[in-house]
Design a protein around this ligand. Structure first.
Ligand SMILES: Cc1cc2nc3c(=O)[nH]c(=O)nc-3n(C[C@H](O)[C@H](O)[C@H](O)COP(=O)(O)OP(=O)(O)OC[C@H]3O[C@@H](n4cnc5c(N)ncnc54)[C@H](O)[C@@H]3O)c2cc1C
Length: 286
């Protein structure tokens, strides 16, 4: 994955310099999660990214947070981030309106590799906000639809009201040879879908293990159980990719905030192949 990071296509010349970008639209997805669409201004002339990469978003006078890009890599000027309000920076981001400016550094990190999935079935397993970094991957898969077999999206959220991208979920499920299975931890009176954890969705599927590649993102417990289940179903460790989340500051491998042994999650990741991070999955957030 290190090579992916170094190849980072749209990396700005000085990665520590934040570029001013303007908020074009704010959409609230759920009670605590919102999507920001940006006007990149001058930066738009050179900005490109790959699915799975992230930017550092800087709220002036408040601080920076690592946020995955959740838009289509084929339309880099229409940059979108989906953010869950959890602390200082994300709360400040949640208060911004159309026309407000923030600073942006990026894109950083490795990306979901598409090549290993060519000619194979693809399982995308997402938990909660984990669907945001996987959405650009789905767009790329749909764009090259004929290169892949089945595309299966397994998505879990806490409740029906916590589901992201609800309209798109329905549209994706109508695409040819695309299966979208959604589950919630707790249903409500209107919910007719599955109830349970994301891994329970795998029991409704028959997978051709030797010809399937999986991409997984979500809370670490969800990723751990999903990996266990996929392996029990016969997927080998080189058929499973994960995106890891660790507290990070510089995003370019200097500060060591996200370092674990020789691994810097910011520049060697966030996307890893399972054997690279099995040991990290077994540890609590650093
Ligand atoms: C590579 C990468 C990609 C990411 N992509 C996204 C993304 O697309 N969208 C998104 O919303 N977030 C994403 N995150 C997580 C995001 O960076 C953190 O949630 C953010 O740094 C929180 O900053 P803050 O200042 O708001 O919170 P802080 O003020 O730093 O934290 C306040 C409190 O919230 C807790 N906290 C921090 N992060 C989380 C969390 N993720 N979940 C629950 N509690 C938390 C802390 O433990 C602390 O108690 C990503 C992180 C990484 C490393």
């Amino acid at each position: 994955m290190r090579d992916h990071a170094l190849e980072s296509p749209g990396m700005l010349t000085n990665p520590m310099l934040a570029h001013p970008v303007t908020i074009k639209k704010v959409t609230w997805e759920t009670d605590d999660t919102f999507t920001l669409q940006f006007d990149l201004g001058e930066l738009g002339e050179s900005f490109t990214f790959r699915p799975g990469q992230f930017n550092m978003l800087y709220v002036f006078g408040v601080g920076e947070a690592a946020i995955s890009i959740s838009s289509d890599a084929a339309k880099p000027k229409s940059l979108v981030h989906t953010v869950r309000r959890v602390g200082v920076v994300t709360s400040a981001l949640s208060q911004l309106k159309r026309g407000d400016m923030i600073g942006l550094r990026g894109p950083f990190g490795s990306f979901w590799p598409l090549d290993p999935a060519i000619g194979k079935d693809v399982v995308i397993a997402a938990g909660g906000i984990g669907l945001a970094p996987l959405r650009p991957m789905l767009y790329s898969l749909f764009r090259k639809r004929s290169s892949f077999g089945r595309i299966i999206l397994l998505y879990g959220a806490r409740s029906p009201l916590d589901l992201l991208y609800r309209v798109e979920l329905e549209q994706w499920g109508k695409k040819e040879n695309v299966e979208v299975l959604v589950t919630v931890d707790r249903g409500d009176s209107s919910w007719k879908g599955y109830i349970g954890v994301v891994t329970s969705l795998l029991s409704y599927l028959k997978l051709d293990a030797r010809s399937t590649v999986a991409y997984v993102c979500g809370p670490e417990t969800m990723m751990r159980y999903t990996v266990d289940e996929l392996e029990q179903r016969g997927l080998a460790e080189h058929q499973i990719y994960l995106s890891m989340e660790r507290n990070m500051k510089c995003a370019v491998g200097f500060c060591g905030h996200c370092q674990y042994g020789p691994t810097f999650v910011c520049k060697d990741g966030p996307v890893f192949i399972l054997p690279q991070v099995r040991h990290l999955l077994e540890r609590k957030e650093l």
